[in-house]
Design a binder for this molecule. Sequence first.
Ligand code: PNS
Length: 182
Amino acid sequence: MPKAQLRTAVYPGSFDPITNGHLDVIERACRLFDRVIVAVAHNEQKAALLSIDERMQLISSVTSHLKAVEVATFDGLLVEFARNSGASTLIRGLRAVSDFEYEFQMALMNRRLAPEIETLFLTPSEETSFLSSRLVKEIARLGGEISPFVPPPVSKTLKTLFATRRKKSPRTRNPRTITRRK
Ligand code: PNS
């Protein structure tokens, strides 16, 4: 089928790194669309752990079983990228009420900018709805086990990265207490 006739959706995000929650949303989107472009945003205001290339490679490797998925990166406005990609829909995962305000504001703003593009919210599975890239990074940085939360290549990448960092700058692992003399 020519690309113009495919039902195309863009799933944008930072994906720093991709988690099982993101993957769950991607799999759901693939049941609804012929083509799902997972689009990694360039955001110079947000300090990232992984480079854009590393994030794209990880996404590509963990979605290799999904034929509808394309991995891309974009700079500038999301709606412009969606338009140029021939997408009719933006996908966002909605995990909890706490996500809602930000997502609602973004969806309405994107609608103002591009009324022909819809935002579709997908609910991730209960098992993954508490996950966030930020928490995964924090756990990995502190030496915790992240394999239940991210696909194996992501777990491996983060473990290696933080193990190297810990070797370079070891820190005190013992919590300290102050004992008052009575
Ligand atoms: O995973 P994130 O960090 O919550 O994703 C946020 C993202 C990348 C979707 C958002 O920041 C975005 O759309 N950035 C592109 C710039 C843009 O279009 N901004 C206007 C949004 S209303």
